[in-house]
Write a protein that binds this ligand. Structure first.
Ligand code: KG4
Ligand code: ZN
Length: 335
């Protein structure tokens, strides 16, 4: 069964063809990062306009690279939320048109569920029950999964999402956008020598990252440390601050995820979402977990359409087909 996936929830226009929810036949992504970087963040109207320009070429590219014609496609899966309304509308309308003209079934996919299903791509083989930590620009959710489409949210962020915290910290440190990769890069040259707080929120699986971000801001604004790119002086540098922030966020994510996994005696821990491409997070989770850990390769952690097609495959298997009146849901939750 070959599914065409379409993803336009934020600032990547993506299409993919995936066979049997697993085998990626094509997965092109048109990124808008350079355009939004000029503004220091995503500008919603600019994003929707870029999707309009890129969506048809990217679908054509996905079909060509997969070497398939419309007769070979068995269904269309499209992201319906959460995300930017104007961006989601572009993908959903293209999916409807393709479904109508090709006589294909269509299914609307929750973007967060899509991130989880990146773990079913290629040779990965998740085993239930499992817990998945979804860490993206808008979410930090810890989820128990006992079967396909069966989610219990154990905890979520009470303020900033992990990716949002990385983006804000990078802005504070003058490291540019997107913040996660910039912090990771700057951290390479630093040591985690600054004392930053960790919000453990004991007795819960919730997260909170606004405190560590504010502590970083106070350090910078209060001029208690002189953040300089110059490594030669004795003061903590921009890279030390980046490394300290990265470590503070990763330590909380790893500790709370492993604790929940042990308590629930799950078979596996899955990592998903853009922040899952962070090298320190990947390394520490694997190092500190007695339970097997699955993490998609970095390009499948950040937004892509292969994960949407993979999730769509399991939705079709469960008979979840949507009509041509399908709407977008900008604030969609997992449960
Ligand atoms: O999943 P994603 O591509 O889009 C959303 O669904 O939000 O996640 C984007 C987020 C951004 O906040 C970005 O800074 C973060 O993922 N990110 C990273 C890394 N790469 C992307 N955060 C930390 N380390 C990275 N290497
Ligand atoms: Zn995402």
């Amino acid at each position: 069964m070959k599914i065409l996936g379409i993803e336009t929830s934020c600032d990547e226009t993506a299409a993919a063809v995936v066979a049997d929810g697993k085998r990626i036949l094509s997965n092109p992504i048109a990124s808008q990062v350079e355009i939004h970087a000029r503004y220091g963040g995503i500008v919603p109207e600019v994003a929707s306009r870029q999707h309009i320009l890129a969506i048809i070429p990217i679908v054509q590219q996905a079909m060509t690279e997969a070497g398939v014609s419309w007769n070979n496609i068995d269904g269309v899966a499209v992201t319906v939320g959460p995300g930017l309304a104007g961006s989601l509308l572009v993908g959903v309308n293209v999916a409807k048109t393709l479904a109508l003209t090709g006589g294909l079934p269509m299914t609307g996919v929750n973007h967060l569920e899509g991130h989880i299903y990146a773990n079913w791509l290629n040779s990965c083989q998740p085993h239930f029950p499992l817990i998945c930590l979804i860490v993206s620009g808008g979410h930090s959710d810890l989820v128990l999964m006992k079967g396909h489409g069966d989610y219990v949210v154990l905890g979520r962020t009470r303020d900033d999402a992990a990716g949002e915290a990385f983006d804000k910290a990078a802005r504070i440190l003058g490291l540019g956008y997107p913040g996660g990769p910039a912090i990771q890069e700057a951290s390479k040259n630093g040591t985690a020598s600054l004392k930053l707080p960790r919000a453990w929120l004991k007795g819960t699986s919730d997260f909170s990252f606004s405190g560590v971000k504010t502590a970083l801001l106070r350090l910078v604004e209060g001029d208690k440390v002189s953040l300089s790119a110059n490594q030669s002086n004795q003061l903590p540098s921009q890279s030390d601050a980046a490394a300290s922030f990265q470590e503070a966020v990763v330590e909380v994510l790893v500790t709370k995820t492993v604790a929940a996994a042990k308590e629930l005696r799950v078979k596996q821990i899955l990592l998903a979402g853009g922040v899952a491409s962070n090298k320190l997070l990947r390394h520490w989770l694997v190092e500190n977990s007695p339970i097997p850990v699955l993490i998609p390769e970095p390009v499948l952690c950040t937004d892509n359409a292969a994960m949407i097609a993979a999730c769509g495959y399991y939705r079709f298997q469960a008979g979840k087909v949507d009509g041509l009146d399908l709407d977008v849901f900008p604030s969609l939750k997992l449960t």
